[in-house]
Design a protein around this ligand. Structure first.
Ligand code: IPM
Ligand code: MG
Length: 372
């Protein structure tokens, strides 16, 4: 059995609490011969700033480059609101994405039947929802230069962010979307979202997605929506979608919207993948919940560990070829929810309120049962 080397970066806020539940699962899998995982831990975000004056150190970046997968918790919080921009907690996360070349961010939004009541939308709109947002993660306005604030000297300042995309960046992210739509065997459909009515990057995005489709993926249905209309359609009738592909900034916003369709931001996992190395056949990867550090509930043992656990499930699936085990984990999550256990973020009438640890323990117990 191959050894899988993990780098666990729990980060700030609820990060360490939800990571604790992943550690329990890893220990159980190791003890029961269901994989051989080694794990190292490191600092990222505000806690790293407190220790080293920066959001991530070069030493941790080297470990991230060398490991098989980074498992990431969350970063940030009001404590670090005033730290210099370059060393703010989020800078650690962005450096990991950029330096590891993690251009493809996969964010599945699945509404477990047991949770349809927790969504702010009507049950029939979200019940059984299963869509995926493919967000471009290393380009666009997040990283484009110039990115500046200039003093104009007349009491005014000017801020500039640059939205920039090259053909190859759009090609490779659309391939990820088309391939996934094919493999999922659902609606076999990709919806591309941009703002070609206002932005040059939107014009190029639309053009390149069409070319890739015509050249390589004629068997998949391709639709286009303007990103604002797409946001509206996501809350109007989300089941029209299968795979959505969009840029870095629109993907950030649209995936938070999609999260609420599933009942809570605490439910959405994500995988960030790099290019497949032709020699080793491996790809760099990081797995992180879509939710943030939730400073308001940090340290209270109340956080929902499901997005974090499901992110580890995505590591099993995408990095370690352990699809069967990943399925088991998803089933265990569904089973636990089916029993009515709920953390505060997904609590509804008649369900049982539990904390982070109880939820993690219950999922692990169901995982054990299903694995037997
Ligand atoms: C996300 C987050 C990050 C982003 C923040 C924490 C920098 O919102 O992963 O969606 O904007 O990408
Ligand atoms: Mg976000």
């Amino acid at each position: 059995m191959p050894t899988h080397n993990l780098l666990l970066l729990a980060g700030d806020g609820i990060g360490p609490e939800v990571m604790g539940e992943v550690k329990k699962l890893i220990a159980w899998m190791n003890a029961h011969g269901m994989g051989t995982f080694t794990s190292e831990e490191g600092l990222v975000g505000g806690c790293c700033y407190d220790a080293h004056g920066m959001a991530i150190t070069d030493a941790t970046m080297e470990k991230a480059q060398a490991c098989d997968a980074v498992i990431f918790g969350a970063v940030g919080g009001p404590k670090w609101d005033k730290v210099p921009y370059d060393v703010r907690p989020e800078a650690g996360l962005l450096r990991l994405r950029k330096d590891l070349g993690l251009f493809a961010n996969i964010r599945p939004a699945i509404c477990y039947p047991a949770l349809a009541e927790s969504s702010s939308l009507k049950r029939d709109v979200v019940d059984g929802l299963d869509i995926v947002i493919i967000r471009e993660l290393t380009g666009g306005v997040y990283f484009g230069e110039p990115k500046t604030i200039t003093d104009l000297g007349n009491g005014q300042k000017r801020a500039v962010d640059t939205q920039v995309y090259d053909t190859y960046e759009i090609e490779r992210i659309s391939r990820v979307a088309f391939e996934l739509a094919r493999a999922r065997k659902k609606l076999n459909k990709v919806t591309s979202m941009e703002k070609r009515n206002v932005m040059k990057t939107g014009v190029l995005w639309n053009e390149v997605v069409q070319q890739v489709h015509a050249r390589e993926f004629n068997d998949v249905t391709l639709e286009h929506q303007l990103a604002d209309a797409g946001g509206m359609q996501l809350v109007r009738w989300p089941k029209q979608f299968d795979v959505i592909v969009t840029d870095n900034l629109f993907g950030d916003m649209l995936s938070d919207i999609a999260a609420m369709l599933t009942g809570s931001l605490g439910m959405l996992p994500s995988a960030s993948l790099g290019e497949v190395d032709p020699k080793t056949r491996k790809r760099k990867a990081m797995y992180e919940p879509v939710h943030g550090s939730a400073p308001d509930i940090a340290g209270k043992g109340a956080a929902n560990p499901i997005a974090m656990l499901a992110s580890f499930g995505m590591a099993l699936r995408y990095s370690f070829n352990m699809g069967k085990e990943a399925d088991l984990l998803d089933e265990a999550i569904a089973a636990t929810l089916g029993k009515g256990l709920r953390t505060a973020d997904i609590k509804s009438e008649g369900s049982t309120l539990v904390g982070t640890k109880e939820m993690g323990d219950a999922i692990l117990a169901d995982f054990e049962k299903l694995a037997a």
